[in-house]
Design a protein around this ligand. Sequence first.
Ligand SMILES: Cc1ncc(COP(=O)(O)O)c(C=O)c1O
Length: 380
Amino acid sequence: MIQSKLPEVGTTIFTIMSKMASEHQALNLSQGFPDFPVNQEIIELLNKALLDGHNQYAPMTGLPQLREAISDKISIMGGRKLNADREITITTGATEALFASISALVSPGDEVLMLEPTYDSYIPAVQLAGGIPITIPLKQPDFSIDWGLLRQKVNHKTKMLIVNTPHNPSGSTITAGDILEIKKLLQEFPKLIILSDEVYEHIIFDDLKHFSILNYPEIADRVIAVYSFGKTFHATGWRIGYVVAPHEMMIEIRKVHQYLNFSVHTPTQHALATYLKEPSNYLGLPKFYQRKRDLFLSEIKGSSFKVNKSTGTYFQLLDYSEISQEEDFQFAERLVKEFKIAAIPISVFYTDNQDDKLLRFCFAKKEETLSEAGKILRSI
Ligand SMILES: Cc1ncc(COP(=O)(O)O)c(C=O)c1O
Protein backbone atom coordinates (compact mmCIF):
# COMPACT_ATOMS: atom_id res chain seq x y z
CA MET A 1 0.00 0.00 0.00
CA ILE A 2 1.51 3.31 -1.06
CA GLN A 3 1.27 6.13 1.44
CA SER A 4 0.65 9.27 -0.55
CA LYS A 5 2.82 12.26 0.25
CA LEU A 6 0.13 14.49 -1.23
CA PRO A 7 -3.15 12.81 -0.25
CA GLU A 8 -5.24 15.89 -1.04
CA VAL A 9 -3.94 16.37 -4.56
CA GLY A 10 -6.03 15.05 -7.44
CA THR A 11 -6.18 15.94 -11.12
CA THR A 12 -5.97 19.71 -11.49
CA ILE A 13 -9.13 21.62 -12.27
CA PHE A 14 -7.47 22.90 -15.46
CA THR A 15 -7.21 19.38 -16.83
CA ILE A 16 -10.75 18.53 -15.67
CA MET A 17 -12.34 21.59 -17.27
CA SER A 18 -10.33 21.37 -20.50
CA LYS A 19 -11.32 17.70 -20.86
CA MET A 20 -14.97 18.50 -20.14
CA ALA A 21 -14.83 21.36 -22.66
CA SER A 22 -13.56 19.07 -25.39
CA GLU A 23 -16.08 16.29 -24.57
CA HIS A 24 -18.95 18.77 -24.85
CA GLN A 25 -17.43 20.74 -27.71
CA ALA A 26 -17.56 23.84 -25.54
CA LEU A 27 -15.63 27.08 -26.03
CA ASN A 28 -12.67 26.68 -23.68
CA LEU A 29 -11.97 29.82 -21.66
CA SER A 30 -10.95 27.76 -18.64
CA GLN A 31 -7.26 26.84 -18.82
CA GLY A 32 -4.92 29.80 -19.27
CA PHE A 33 -3.44 29.46 -22.72
CA PRO A 34 -3.66 31.51 -25.93
CA ASP A 35 -5.60 30.16 -28.93
CA PHE A 36 -3.65 32.38 -31.37
CA PRO A 37 -0.30 31.55 -32.97
CA VAL A 38 3.17 32.27 -31.67
CA ASN A 39 5.01 35.04 -33.54
CA GLN A 40 6.42 33.74 -36.85
CA GLU A 41 9.84 35.28 -36.22
CA ILE A 42 10.46 33.31 -33.05
CA ILE A 43 9.34 30.08 -34.75
CA GLU A 44 11.89 30.77 -37.48
CA LEU A 45 14.58 31.43 -34.88
CA LEU A 46 13.75 28.12 -33.23
CA ASN A 47 13.88 26.29 -36.57
CA LYS A 48 17.21 27.89 -37.32
CA ALA A 49 18.64 26.85 -33.94
CA LEU A 50 17.60 23.26 -34.63
CA LEU A 51 19.12 23.31 -38.12
CA ASP A 52 22.27 24.99 -36.85
CA GLY A 53 22.83 21.94 -34.66
CA HIS A 54 22.04 23.31 -31.19
CA ASN A 55 20.66 19.98 -30.11
CA GLN A 56 22.77 18.80 -27.18
CA TYR A 57 22.62 19.64 -23.48
CA ALA A 58 22.66 23.32 -22.66
CA PRO A 59 24.69 24.46 -19.63
CA MET A 60 22.95 23.50 -16.38
CA THR A 61 22.32 27.15 -15.45
CA GLY A 62 21.06 28.09 -18.93
CA LEU A 63 22.62 29.46 -22.10
CA PRO A 64 24.89 32.42 -21.14
CA GLN A 65 23.59 34.64 -23.97
CA LEU A 66 20.00 34.05 -22.84
CA ARG A 67 20.85 34.89 -19.24
CA GLU A 68 22.59 38.08 -20.44
CA ALA A 69 19.55 39.00 -22.53
CA ILE A 70 17.31 38.46 -19.48
CA SER A 71 19.58 40.64 -17.38
CA ASP A 72 19.27 43.42 -20.00
CA LYS A 73 15.49 43.01 -20.08
CA ILE A 74 15.29 43.29 -16.29
CA SER A 75 17.31 46.56 -16.43
CA ILE A 76 15.02 47.91 -19.16
CA MET A 77 12.03 47.07 -16.94
CA GLY A 78 13.52 49.08 -14.05
CA GLY A 79 15.17 46.26 -12.14
CA ARG A 80 18.62 46.33 -10.60
CA LYS A 81 21.64 45.28 -12.69
CA LEU A 82 21.99 41.54 -12.21
CA ASN A 83 24.97 39.27 -12.49
CA ALA A 84 23.73 36.89 -15.19
CA ASP A 85 26.17 34.14 -14.20
CA ARG A 86 25.37 34.13 -10.52
CA GLU A 87 21.78 35.32 -10.20
CA ILE A 88 19.74 33.94 -13.14
CA THR A 89 18.89 30.30 -13.94
CA ILE A 90 16.80 29.08 -16.88
CA THR A 91 14.09 26.61 -15.81
CA THR A 92 11.41 24.41 -17.32
CA GLY A 93 8.71 27.05 -17.01
CA ALA A 94 7.89 29.02 -13.90
CA THR A 95 6.52 25.78 -12.46
CA GLU A 96 10.00 24.36 -12.11
CA ALA A 97 11.38 27.70 -10.91
CA LEU A 98 8.80 27.73 -8.10
CA PHE A 99 9.34 24.09 -7.20
CA ALA A 100 13.14 24.30 -7.20
CA SER A 101 13.10 27.50 -5.10
CA ILE A 102 10.69 26.12 -2.52
CA SER A 103 12.44 22.71 -2.33
CA ALA A 104 15.83 24.36 -1.92
CA LEU A 105 14.91 26.91 0.73
CA VAL A 106 12.02 25.54 2.79
CA SER A 107 12.94 23.04 5.53
CA PRO A 108 10.70 20.76 7.59
CA GLY A 109 8.61 22.80 10.03
CA ASP A 110 9.11 26.12 8.22
CA GLU A 111 5.93 28.10 7.70
CA VAL A 112 5.23 29.54 4.26
CA LEU A 113 2.64 32.29 3.89
CA MET A 114 0.63 32.65 0.72
CA LEU A 115 -2.44 34.60 -0.31
CA GLU A 116 -5.74 33.01 -1.22
CA PRO A 117 -7.11 32.41 -3.82
CA THR A 118 -3.74 30.85 -4.52
CA TYR A 119 -2.09 29.37 -7.62
CA ASP A 120 -2.29 25.61 -7.31
CA SER A 121 1.39 24.59 -7.37
CA TYR A 122 2.53 26.45 -4.22
CA ILE A 123 0.93 24.29 -1.52
CA PRO A 124 2.09 20.85 -2.79
CA ALA A 125 5.63 22.17 -3.28
CA VAL A 126 5.72 23.47 0.30
CA GLN A 127 4.26 20.21 1.64
CA LEU A 128 6.80 18.03 -0.20
CA ALA A 129 9.57 20.13 1.36
CA GLY A 130 8.07 19.41 4.80
CA GLY A 131 6.97 23.02 5.20
CA ILE A 132 3.62 24.23 6.50
CA PRO A 133 1.51 26.29 4.11
CA ILE A 134 -0.39 29.13 5.80
CA THR A 135 -3.02 30.81 3.66
CA ILE A 136 -4.33 34.34 4.10
CA PRO A 137 -7.43 35.43 2.18
CA LEU A 138 -7.17 38.49 -0.05
CA LYS A 139 -9.66 41.27 0.64
CA GLN A 140 -12.76 41.32 -1.53
CA PRO A 141 -13.98 42.65 -3.89
CA ASP A 142 -10.65 43.98 -5.18
CA PHE A 143 -8.44 41.07 -3.98
CA SER A 144 -5.96 43.38 -2.25
CA ILE A 145 -3.62 42.22 0.53
CA ASP A 146 -4.97 42.49 4.09
CA TRP A 147 -1.70 43.40 5.83
CA GLY A 148 -3.31 43.40 9.27
CA LEU A 149 -4.42 39.80 8.80
CA LEU A 150 -1.12 38.80 7.22
CA ARG A 151 0.85 40.23 10.14
CA GLN A 152 -1.15 38.11 12.57
CA LYS A 153 0.30 35.03 10.85
CA VAL A 154 3.98 36.01 10.74
CA ASN A 155 6.22 34.63 13.47
CA HIS A 156 9.75 33.32 14.02
CA LYS A 157 8.87 30.09 12.11
CA THR A 158 7.85 31.98 8.94
CA LYS A 159 10.46 31.27 6.27
CA MET A 160 8.84 32.58 3.15
CA LEU A 161 6.04 34.80 1.87
CA ILE A 162 4.83 33.99 -1.64
CA VAL A 163 3.31 36.89 -3.56
CA ASN A 164 1.92 36.81 -7.07
CA THR A 165 1.46 39.98 -9.11
CA PRO A 166 -0.39 40.35 -11.45
CA HIS A 167 -2.47 37.80 -9.60
CA ASN A 168 -3.96 34.59 -10.96
CA PRO A 169 -6.93 34.04 -10.67
CA SER A 170 -8.23 37.46 -9.52
CA GLY A 171 -6.49 39.74 -12.04
CA SER A 172 -5.43 42.13 -9.23
CA THR A 173 -2.02 43.81 -8.98
CA ILE A 174 0.03 44.99 -6.00
CA THR A 175 0.69 48.68 -5.26
CA ALA A 176 3.57 50.85 -4.02
CA GLY A 177 1.95 50.58 -0.57
CA ASP A 178 2.27 46.77 -0.66
CA ILE A 179 5.98 47.07 -1.49
CA LEU A 180 6.42 49.33 1.55
CA GLU A 181 4.69 46.72 3.73
CA ILE A 182 6.97 43.99 2.32
CA LYS A 183 10.05 46.07 3.11
CA LYS A 184 8.86 46.69 6.69
CA LEU A 185 8.19 42.99 7.18
CA LEU A 186 11.67 42.06 5.91
CA GLN A 187 13.18 44.52 8.37
CA GLU A 188 11.23 43.11 11.29
CA PHE A 189 11.76 39.41 10.42
CA PRO A 190 15.40 38.91 9.42
CA LYS A 191 14.96 35.27 8.33
CA LEU A 192 11.98 35.90 6.08
CA ILE A 193 12.39 35.67 2.29
CA ILE A 194 9.99 36.73 -0.46
CA LEU A 195 9.17 34.51 -3.43
CA SER A 196 7.54 36.69 -6.06
CA ASP A 197 5.65 34.99 -8.88
CA GLU A 198 5.71 37.52 -11.72
CA VAL A 199 4.79 35.35 -14.69
CA TYR A 200 2.25 37.96 -15.87
CA GLU A 201 4.68 40.90 -15.51
CA HIS A 202 3.93 42.15 -19.05
CA ILE A 203 0.18 41.68 -18.88
CA ILE A 204 -0.91 44.76 -16.94
CA PHE A 205 -3.49 47.35 -17.93
CA ASP A 206 -4.70 50.94 -17.73
CA ASP A 207 -1.11 52.28 -17.61
CA LEU A 208 -0.56 50.66 -14.20
CA LYS A 209 3.04 49.98 -13.23
CA HIS A 210 4.22 46.45 -12.52
CA PHE A 211 5.83 46.53 -9.08
CA SER A 212 8.52 43.92 -9.52
CA ILE A 213 10.28 42.77 -6.39
CA LEU A 214 13.54 43.13 -8.37
CA ASN A 215 13.23 46.91 -8.54
CA TYR A 216 14.43 47.45 -4.96
CA PRO A 217 18.20 46.93 -4.47
CA GLU A 218 17.85 47.44 -0.70
CA ILE A 219 16.01 44.08 -0.35
CA ALA A 220 17.84 42.23 -3.15
CA ASP A 221 19.48 39.72 -0.81
CA ARG A 222 16.09 38.51 0.45
CA VAL A 223 13.98 38.10 -2.70
CA ILE A 224 13.45 35.51 -5.42
CA ALA A 225 11.40 36.15 -8.55
CA VAL A 226 10.09 33.69 -11.13
CA TYR A 227 9.09 34.29 -14.75
CA SER A 228 7.63 32.43 -17.70
CA PHE A 229 8.43 32.80 -21.41
CA GLY A 230 5.34 30.68 -22.01
CA LYS A 231 3.15 33.53 -20.74
CA THR A 232 5.16 36.33 -22.31
CA PHE A 233 5.50 34.87 -25.81
CA HIS A 234 2.17 32.99 -26.07
CA ALA A 235 3.97 29.62 -26.01
CA THR A 236 2.88 27.85 -22.82
CA GLY A 237 3.84 24.52 -24.41
CA TRP A 238 7.49 25.47 -24.78
CA ARG A 239 7.95 25.04 -21.02
CA ILE A 240 10.63 27.63 -20.41
CA GLY A 241 11.05 30.28 -17.74
CA TYR A 242 13.64 31.53 -15.28
CA VAL A 243 14.36 32.28 -11.68
CA VAL A 244 16.25 35.27 -10.29
CA ALA A 245 17.78 35.02 -6.81
CA PRO A 246 20.77 36.35 -4.88
CA HIS A 247 23.82 34.16 -5.45
CA GLU A 248 23.79 32.53 -2.02
CA MET A 249 20.23 31.30 -2.53
CA MET A 250 20.84 30.53 -6.20
CA ILE A 251 23.57 28.04 -5.29
CA GLU A 252 20.93 26.04 -3.40
CA ILE A 253 18.22 26.46 -6.05
CA ARG A 254 20.64 25.18 -8.72
CA LYS A 255 21.36 22.08 -6.65
CA VAL A 256 17.67 21.14 -6.97
CA HIS A 257 17.40 22.25 -10.60
CA GLN A 258 20.37 20.15 -11.64
CA TYR A 259 18.70 16.95 -10.44
CA LEU A 260 15.19 17.89 -11.47
CA ASN A 261 15.91 18.76 -15.10
CA PHE A 262 19.63 19.35 -15.35
CA SER A 263 19.09 21.82 -18.18
CA VAL A 264 16.41 23.24 -20.46
CA HIS A 265 15.68 22.65 -24.18
CA THR A 266 18.71 24.08 -25.99
CA PRO A 267 17.28 25.35 -29.31
CA THR A 268 14.52 27.28 -27.54
CA GLN A 269 17.14 29.07 -25.47
CA HIS A 270 19.01 30.12 -28.63
CA ALA A 271 15.79 31.40 -30.20
CA LEU A 272 14.81 33.38 -27.10
CA ALA A 273 18.28 34.88 -26.66
CA THR A 274 17.95 36.52 -30.09
CA TYR A 275 14.27 37.40 -29.80
CA LEU A 276 14.72 39.15 -26.44
CA LYS A 277 17.25 41.57 -27.92
CA GLU A 278 14.34 43.54 -29.39
CA PRO A 279 12.48 45.15 -26.43
CA SER A 280 9.38 45.86 -28.54
CA ASN A 281 8.79 42.09 -28.52
CA TYR A 282 7.68 42.38 -24.91
CA LEU A 283 7.01 46.09 -24.33
CA GLY A 284 3.93 45.96 -26.58
CA LEU A 285 2.22 43.25 -24.54
CA PRO A 286 0.19 45.41 -22.11
CA LYS A 287 -1.58 47.13 -25.03
CA PHE A 288 -2.02 43.84 -26.91
CA TYR A 289 -3.75 42.18 -23.97
CA GLN A 290 -5.65 45.29 -22.87
CA ARG A 291 -7.39 45.27 -26.26
CA LYS A 292 -8.43 41.68 -25.56
CA ARG A 293 -9.64 42.47 -22.04
CA ASP A 294 -11.62 45.47 -23.31
CA LEU A 295 -13.14 43.45 -26.14
CA PHE A 296 -14.18 40.72 -23.71
CA LEU A 297 -15.70 43.31 -21.34
CA SER A 298 -17.58 45.02 -24.14
CA GLU A 299 -18.83 41.65 -25.40
CA ILE A 300 -20.34 40.77 -22.02
CA LYS A 301 -22.01 44.18 -21.55
CA GLY A 302 -25.70 43.63 -21.05
CA SER A 303 -25.19 40.15 -19.58
CA SER A 304 -26.32 39.23 -16.05
CA PHE A 305 -22.75 38.67 -14.84
CA LYS A 306 -21.22 41.28 -12.52
CA VAL A 307 -17.69 42.44 -13.28
CA ASN A 308 -14.77 43.83 -11.31
CA LYS A 309 -12.32 44.84 -14.07
CA SER A 310 -9.12 42.80 -14.20
CA THR A 311 -6.01 45.03 -13.92
CA GLY A 312 -3.51 42.35 -14.96
CA THR A 313 -3.08 38.74 -16.20
CA TYR A 314 -5.21 37.35 -19.01
CA PHE A 315 -8.04 36.41 -16.69
CA GLN A 316 -11.33 38.10 -15.88
CA LEU A 317 -13.51 37.04 -12.95
CA LEU A 318 -17.27 37.11 -13.46
CA ASP A 319 -19.75 37.08 -10.56
CA TYR A 320 -22.84 35.00 -11.38
CA SER A 321 -24.73 35.56 -8.12
CA GLU A 322 -27.59 37.34 -9.95
CA ILE A 323 -28.03 34.32 -12.22
CA SER A 324 -27.81 31.39 -9.84
CA GLN A 325 -27.07 30.39 -6.27
CA GLU A 326 -25.57 27.05 -7.35
CA GLU A 327 -22.11 26.22 -6.02
CA ASP A 328 -19.47 27.49 -8.41
CA PHE A 329 -18.26 24.04 -9.48
CA GLN A 330 -21.82 22.95 -10.32
CA PHE A 331 -22.52 26.18 -12.15
CA ALA A 332 -19.28 25.82 -14.16
CA GLU A 333 -20.25 22.26 -15.05
CA ARG A 334 -23.69 23.39 -16.18
CA LEU A 335 -22.15 26.16 -18.32
CA VAL A 336 -20.13 23.55 -20.19
CA LYS A 337 -22.97 21.10 -20.68
CA GLU A 338 -25.88 23.46 -21.38
CA PHE A 339 -24.24 26.59 -22.74
CA LYS A 340 -21.03 25.16 -24.24
CA ILE A 341 -18.59 27.45 -22.52
CA ALA A 342 -15.91 26.43 -20.00
CA ALA A 343 -14.52 28.53 -17.11
CA ILE A 344 -12.76 27.80 -13.83
CA PRO A 345 -14.69 27.92 -10.52
CA ILE A 346 -12.73 30.05 -8.03
CA SER A 347 -13.42 27.84 -4.99
CA VAL A 348 -10.67 25.47 -6.21
CA PHE A 349 -8.08 28.15 -5.41
CA TYR A 350 -9.07 28.17 -1.72
CA THR A 351 -8.03 25.51 0.83
CA ASP A 352 -11.53 25.59 2.36
CA ASN A 353 -13.23 25.82 -1.07
CA GLN A 354 -14.72 29.22 -0.26
CA ASP A 355 -17.50 29.82 -2.77
CA ASP A 356 -17.95 33.46 -3.80
CA LYS A 357 -19.99 32.71 -6.92
CA LEU A 358 -17.09 33.67 -9.15
CA LEU A 359 -15.80 32.07 -12.33
CA ARG A 360 -12.48 32.78 -14.05
CA PHE A 361 -12.46 33.31 -17.80
CA CYS A 362 -9.24 33.42 -19.86
CA PHE A 363 -9.30 36.16 -22.52
CA ALA A 364 -5.99 35.21 -24.20
CA LYS A 365 -8.09 34.32 -27.23
CA LYS A 366 -8.68 35.37 -30.82
CA GLU A 367 -11.26 38.13 -31.39
CA GLU A 368 -13.74 35.68 -32.86
CA THR A 369 -13.43 33.41 -29.80
CA LEU A 370 -14.10 36.38 -27.51
CA SER A 371 -17.13 37.48 -29.59
CA GLU A 372 -18.50 33.95 -29.55
CA ALA A 373 -17.97 33.81 -25.77
CA GLY A 374 -19.74 37.15 -25.35
CA LYS A 375 -22.73 35.92 -27.35
CA ILE A 376 -23.06 32.87 -25.08
CA LEU A 377 -22.55 34.78 -21.84
CA ARG A 378 -25.15 37.40 -22.80
CA SER A 379 -27.66 34.61 -23.32
CA ILE A 380 -27.32 33.16 -19.79
C1 LIG B 1 0.56 32.44 -11.25
C2 LIG B 1 1.25 31.42 -12.07
N1 LIG B 1 2.46 31.02 -11.72
C3 LIG B 1 3.15 30.09 -12.42
C4 LIG B 1 2.60 29.52 -13.54
C5 LIG B 1 3.37 28.47 -14.29
O1 LIG B 1 3.98 28.99 -15.42
P1 LIG B 1 4.70 28.03 -16.51
O2 LIG B 1 3.65 27.65 -17.48
O3 LIG B 1 5.79 28.86 -17.08
O4 LIG B 1 5.23 26.85 -15.76
C6 LIG B 1 1.31 29.90 -13.96
C7 LIG B 1 0.67 29.26 -15.11
O5 LIG B 1 -0.52 29.25 -15.28
C8 LIG B 1 0.63 30.88 -13.20
O6 LIG B 1 -0.60 31.28 -13.55
